[in-house]
Design a protein around this ligand. Structure first.
Ligand SMILES: C[S@@+](CC[C@H](N)C(=O)[O-])C[C@H]1O[C@@H](n2cnc3c(N)ncnc32)[C@H](O)[C@@H]1O
Length: 176
């Protein structure tokens, strides 16, 4: 598609949610701050500011159609789910390492079996509360689907279970 792109392709309301801060922190803890990042999926563009506030200043995040161009930055983003099969295929064909935030059930899909080599899954402690979703927690669990990211994750483990942060432990204790 080469027509003017407005940042959103609305196929489903589910695709226009921004990634919550905790989601970004869960993946960015592995990424050095000077890494050049490419966030191809625009929505309202606020992700660039969120990453900037976290110290990532080298972020390419523009209102462009993902299929119309390529960029050298490391792909870390929350793609539109309706199109995830095509998006993964494109990145894979280009040999581009990626971390994509996707529903956990993606792992059970047959098409995904092609990508299991060099694949790692980062499993957050809880379900993310998507910005604008208006619900307390998402009805599904999302995970970071990583391909060829061993250099950043500093392990070859396929499953990386994130641990509760100290502050979460103390909140739970107080509730009891
Ligand atoms: C889940 S949102 C993520 C927004 C932001 N990157 C974040 O993580 O907070 C995905 C966005 O990608 C947009 N989108 C859909 N198809 C696209 C395409 N071909 N190129 C770029 N963006 C697209 C959707 O309309 C939606 O706004």
């Amino acid at each position: 598609m080469s027509a003017k792109f407005y940042g959103r392709i609305i196929q489903s309301k589910q695709d226009d949610y921004n990634t919550p801060l905790e989601g970004w922190k869960d993946i960015l803890q592995y990424i050095p701050k000077d890494t050049e990042l490419w966030l191809p999926f625009y929505n309202d563009g606020s992700a660039k500011d969120v990453l900037g506030d976290l110290g990532y200043k080298n972020v390419y995040h523009e209102k462009r159609n993902f299929y119309d161009y390529d960029h050298d930055g490391l792909v870390i983003d929350n793609p539109p789910y309706y199109d995830k099969v095509k998006i993964i295929k494109k990145l894979y064909e280009r040999g581009k390492p990626f971390s994509l935030l996707l529903p956990m059930e993606t792992i059970e899909r047959q098409y995904f079996s092609k990508y299991t080599k060099d694949f790692q899954l980062i499993i957050p402690v809880k379900r993310y509360n998507y910005v604008e979703s208006g619900t307390k927690t998402s009805p599904f669990k999302s995970c970071w689907f990583c391909w060829r990211m061993q250099k950043y994750l500093k392990t070859n483990d396929n499953l990386i279970f994130l641990k509760k942060k100290k502050s979460e432990h103390s909140i739970e204790k107080k509730k009891k």
